[in-house]
Design a protein around this ligand. Structure first.
Ligand code: RB5
Length: 149
């Protein structure tokens, strides 16, 4: 299975292209879901596409880039099987995997530089989730309909 899907809007297009270069250097396979030019487009379209391909089991994890990462995460997190984390530091990237089992990394091209974004992506890819009971219990409570007490 191709391990990673990546997508952006126009506000994240340049960072998407930079991250693709890093992935190629690392020898990590990915599929670019678009866009394929920097024309103006709507970030929810790509967030929903990402949610769809992850839901189909085609990719275990994805990366979504927009200007801030915020809009992408809002749209992606409307899907119950998506745990999207907006991250702009490596500590949060590690915690998002270990504690939250995040399956989508969102970043903002207007927030993080390319070097930091590559480091964040590497941590996101290299960090396993911590499968201990307390984290599994909390993640289960993310699902809509779960009573919050
Ligand atoms: C596009 O200008 C910008 O709004 C978008 O990339 C993103 O930052 C939204 O959250």
């Amino acid at each position: 299975m191709t391990p990673l899907a990546i997508a952006s809007d126009h506000g994240g297009f340049a960072l998407k292209e930079a991250l693709k270069q890093a992935l190629m250097q690392w020898g990590i396979a990915f599929e670019d879901l678009g866009p394929f030019d920097p024309s103006s487009c709507d970030y929810p379209d790509y967030a929903h596409l990402m949610a769809r391909v992850i839901g189909q089991g085609r990719f275990p994890r994805g990366v979504l880039i927009c200007g801030t990462g915020v809009g992408m995460s809002m749209a992606a997190n409307r899907h119950p099987h998506i745990r999207a984390a907006v991250v702009s530091d490596t500590y949060s990237a590690r915690m998002a995997r270990e504690h939250n089992d995040a399956n989508v990394l969102c970043m903002g091209e207007r927030v993080v530089g390319q070097g930091l974004a590559c480091d964040i992506l590497r941590v996101f890819l290299d960090t396993p989730s911590d499968s201990s009971d307390r984290h599994a219990r909390r993640i289960a409570k993310l699902s809509p309909g779960e009573p919050v007490e």
